[in-house]
Design a protein around this ligand. Structure first.
Ligand code: NAD
Ligand code: UGA
Length: 467
């Protein structure tokens, strides 16, 4: 027999905590869900009409339950006290200093949240590790909870990694390939696992809710991200061969992907993968491998990240070389700044590296993205350093439309695959008219129809296609 969950607290109102618990609340009207965060302005935004993150379908999902059984607040302690089950969904960035810097995960936020749970909890709690963490973190959480809890208070710790992708978060949450729950091999562990499984079973078919031991569950999350990113680096490595030989990477991906053992997804060649997690989680796996004295394993995964850096560099070099090896006094229009379409998130976006490299070549860079806020672009490019900001603002401008960015430009660089940049949605003949000639397009996402674009007069370079 397992305990029924009546009240949930989610610590961390970010890209994962917000959408995940909004979906849980909508599917479980009988459960009281409180999403809490230390960031007051983020919580204010969750309580307003303009949510802090953009995701298709998110606003509608939040509207279904907000202020009924879904609440956003900064009162972390009260939410912990009232909850039967607590998701820890805080950020786990790469460490910036100390041992393992640049590779290992910074678990400071997870530890702070854990200590607060231990301090506040007056009744038994199920603590769910939702953040992506190194294998065996649940053991640290257990030690901290047990060493600091009030007497008689019992904690069960579960691992429940999240597999949603940004831009499709609500779809992914509504129809997951699987929900993964890792628990301890004990009666209490299995019972906690059943309690969480019941929450998901409100909308996820039972056969898609899989259970396993905690360490397998933690490692599965790193493994999934590493293998997804590895597919992209593999196709991007092949894109370089395609460009040199006249093969077409999309045709190669199609032919290869039809093999049912390989499958068609995640074989889209690009200017390089971005996003908050692939790089971070692979480097985390590299660090884990090194800590376990497995240098060959570490080198294998490290190469996935190195290939991605190479892809960005290779693309930037192609742009420079095509523009007769000089960018000074030239204007480059960068279409898209988000790390993929349908999100305003810019973390680790390939566009950042490209803009920086064009600015260093003394180009003037004009950026347009339909969803990314202006202050977010400046934050990524300047890291809030006023000296850097002055320099960057001499070279970079932010525009309100693709056409405006292209005005007077020598080249367009497509960095994000937004639908509005496709030739079926944007009038490239108009774009051509306002540009300097020869007018170049560097399609880093392979979204344009080459015939249409070259007929207008553009010089087109597409990632993974020989010219
Ligand atoms: P995020 O930075 O958007 O959100 C984390 C939030 O936690 C922040 O708002 C921060 O203020 C808050 N926080 C930190 N410490 C806190 C504390 N002690 N008390 C209360 N609030 C606290 O991060 P995210 O993108 O939602 O990612 C969260 C975790 O989920 C990470 O481990 C990430 O690797 C993982 N993940 C992310 C995605 C994704 O698509 N972004 C997908 C799957 C897994
Ligand atoms: C990724 C995973 O897909 C999720 O399953 C996982 O939960 C998440 O990381 C995480 O742990 O944070 P996300 O980074 O949001 O999700 O987005 P993806 O769709 O995976 O795209 C990542 C990057 O790879 C983007 O820059 C995208 O443009 C690029 N990409 C993706 C390609 O270049 N080619 C492809 O074929 C697919």
């Amino acid at each position: 027999p397992h305990r029924k969950v009546n009240s949930i607290c989610c610590i961390g109102a970010g890209y994962v905590g917000g959408p995940t618990c909004a979906v849980i609340a909508a599917a479980n009207p009988h459960i009281n869900v409180q999403i809490v965060d230390v960031n007051q302005s983020r919580i204010d935004a969750w309580n307003s009409d303009v949510l802090p993150i953009y995701e298709p379908g998110l606003a509608e999902t939040v509207a279904k339950s907000r202020n009924r059984n879904l609440f956003f607040s900064t009162n972390v302690s009260q939410a912990i006290e009232e909850a039967d089950l607590i998701f820890v969904s805080v950020n786990t960035p790469t460490k910036k200093s100390g041992m393992g810097r640049g590779f290992a995960a910074d678990l400071g936020y997870v530890e702070a949240a854990t200590r607060q749970i231990a301090k506040i909890a007056k009744s038994d709690k199920i603590v769910v590790e939702k953040s992506t963490v190194p294998c065996r973190t649940a053991q640290s959480i257990r030690l901290i909870l047990e060493a600091n809890s009030r007497s008689g208070v019992h904690f069960d710790i579960l691992s429940n990694p999240e597999f949603l992708a940004e831009g499709t978060a609500i779809q992914d949450l509504m129809h997951p390939d699987r929900v993964l729950i890792g628990s301890q091999d004990t009666v209490a562990g299995f019972s906690a696992c059943a309690s969480l499984a019941e929450v998901y079973s409100a909308w996820v078919p039972r056969d898609k809710i899989i259970t396993m031991n905690v360490w397998s569950s933690e490692l599965s999350k790193l493994a999934a991200n590493a293998m997804l990113a590895q597919r992209i680096s593999s196709i991007n490595a092949l894109s370089a061969i395609c460009e040199a030989t006249g093969a077409d990477v999309d045709e190669v991906a199609h032919a290869v992907g039809l093999d049912s053992r390989i499958g068609p997804k995640f074989l889209k060649s690009s200017v390089g993968f971005g996003g908050s997690c692939f790089r971070k989680d692979i480097l985390n796996l590299v660090y884990l491998s090194e800590s376990l004295n497995l240098p060959e394993v570490a080198a294998y995964w490290r190469q996935v990240v190195e290939m991605n850096e190479y892809q960005k560099f290779r693309f930037a070099r192609k742009v420079l070389h095509s523009l007769f090896d000089t960018m000074s006094n030239k204007r480059i229009a960068v279409f898209g700044f988000a790390f993929k379409k349908d999100t305003g998130d810019t973390r680790e976006s390939a566009a950042i590296t490209l803009v920086q490299s064009f600015a260093e070549e003394m180009a003037s860079v004009a950026i347009y993205d339909p969803k990314v806020e202006e202050r977010q672009v400046w934050l990524e490019l300047t890291s809030n350093d006023t000296d850097i900001e002055a320099k960057v603002k001499e070279r970079v401008t932010i525009c309100n439309s693709a056409l405006e960015a292209a005005g007077g430009a020598d080249a367009i660089v497509i960095a994000t695959e937004w639908d509005e940049f496709k030739d079926t949605n944007l009038n490239y003949a108009d774009v051509y008219r306002v540009m300097n000639k020869p007018a170049f397009i560097f399609d880093g996402r392979s979204i344009l129809n080459a015939g249409v674009i070259t007929d207008i007069g553009f010089k087109l370079h597409t990632i993974g296609k020989g010219t």
